[in-house]
Design a protein. Structure first.
Length: 134
């Protein structure tokens, strides 16, 4: 789903985050923990967990939007429950409210089968900018 990753967030592509599934207001994204994604204590960096959660929420939202629209994060709340140092991190996002201008998604982040974080993300729906011809 490389095309969808690029539309949702080129930053996800840069970090190696993959879209596992995305449809009907639900999405799952995943990343393998590599040394460069860890903090100085050898644990998954909090910024990576936040990006993974935002990406799962964004992919869930993207799955229910018209392609001439996009959603930008307006509110983000992350609760880290447990640290993790190795393996595969996955985030599962689900749209819980879809209005005309605002969309809300909830996310759970797992290390293997252990719940490590929960997030709530709100998005504002805007027109997708037309790329300029440079």
């Amino acid at each position: 789903m490389a095309d969808e990753r690029q539309l949702i967030s080129p930053f996800m592509v840069h970090l190696g985050i993959d879209i596992v599934s995305m449809q009907g207001g639900k999405a799952e994204v995943a990343v393998t923990l590599l040394p460069e994604l860890l903090n100085s204590g050898g644990m998954a960096h909090g910024g990576l967990i936040a990006t993974l959660a935002d990406g799962a929420a964004g992919a869930a939202v993207f799955s229910v939007m018209a392609r001439d629209k996009m959603a930008v994060t307006t509110d983000f709340n992350l609760t880290c429950l447990k640290s993790t140092a190795a393996g595969l991190l996955t985030a599962k996002g689900e749209v819980i409210h879809q209005g005309r201008r605002l969309i809300r998604a909830d996310v759970e982040v797992f290390s293997d089968s252990d719940l490590v974080a929960k997030a709530g993300v709100s998005f504002m729906v805007i027109e997708r900018p037309v790329p300029s011809e440079s």
